[in-house]
Design a protein around this ligand. Sequence first.
Ligand code: EPZ
Length: 418
Amino acid sequence: MERLVIKGGSRLNGAVDINGAKNAAVAILPAAVMASEGKCIIDNIPDIEDVHCLERIIEDLGAEIKVNSNTIEIDSRSLVKTEACTEDVRKMRASYYLIGALLARFKQAKVELPGGCPIGVRPIDQHIKGFEALGAKVVIEHGAAVVKADRLIGANIFFDVVSVGATINVMLAAAMAEGLTTLENVAKEPHVVDVANFLNTMGADIKGAGTDVIKIRGVESLKGCNYSVIPDQIEAGTFMIAAAACGGEVTLNNVIPKHLESISAKLLEAGVEVEEGDDSITVKSSGNLKGVNVKTTPYPGFPTDVQQPMSAMLCVASGRSIITESIWESRYKHLDELKKMGASVKVEGRIAIIEGVEKLTGAVVKATDLRAGAAMVVAGLMADGETEIYNIEHIDRGYPHIENKFKALGAEIYRKVD
Ligand code: EPZ
């Protein structure tokens, strides 16, 4: 069984390159199947299991894929299959972007319903509402979404909740609908903007991504293009927090500091120094932190995906920290693991109250989901003694070679297989 073993207590120093954004890449790869002419050559693709999973899914649909380091070439010209019903499709969340992408190009799709992290109920009603508004019929049959349309026609769609997935999925379908689609109350996350930019580079006509309203004028076809994925806001946030928690000075290269503002602001409040460069950010920390309150909200607010590593850090910040998780109702499973390391935490519904302790102590713990795994790594790095983290397949879904990156910063961490 693979696990990460960490001997905590080392300060972190040096520089780390941040990878391409997972949540952009896992939407851009499905979007590439919409190209009926030319090839998509996409750079800055992170080397993570969710990406490998999508490569297999897209190949199974009939696309040709070549991977060279962080660049992927996708040739979807001869792709004709519109059914994605494999184990890979079921185990990851972002496979649902194939519904929007295949519907756009072929006006039909059958995609098994996705898995993903167990962080709360994950409905797709807003995706379905959007597809139906564009004229598609959607039926859920034997665990798959079966979606068909004679024609897709632009519409005005006001989402009931701000959803990254629904915004992207409906944007994909609308990119090839007839006429104008207006999406309101949309998600503004950097990866939503990145997907819109990718589609525009393929020949789509999408305006307003990054604001509350996206306007999409449908085009008849899309073609391949060259594109580079944005840096990963969440991987960057995780390294910033680890540096703050362990103490030391760490520079993150290949980041967009603007995307990290809510995280930088909280670290400053906790007593950490954060310096922004053009495409880098430096975190300097004595390791003595003050407790802060954190409320997760859609972008530009504090990202839910960084809440778990942040709450690990706050376990050793002086005083009380209150976390309010407003996106996912059960994203606190990591706190039970942190208690095994000596954390003092109480959860009441969506609120977690953390009373800072002087130190955490190493323990055998598990990654209950992707970012919970990142939280356990942060905890292990700052704890006294040895921590073993099991179920690290969750971590590998989203963080490329996490142990090598931390080792290069001076941490004692390695992967053990037996
Ligand atoms: C994306 O999930 C990310 N995943 C998540 O990151 C992230 O936590 C989440 O956005 C919020 O930022 C990917 O991009 C692959 P949502 P998604 O639709 O799209 C409700 C990680 O750690 N909702 O924005 O599934 C939903 O229940 C992962 O990398 C509906 O009610 O999230 C939630 O409360 C975990 N109906 C809220 O909206 C719908 O049809 C936000 O969900 C869709 C969503």
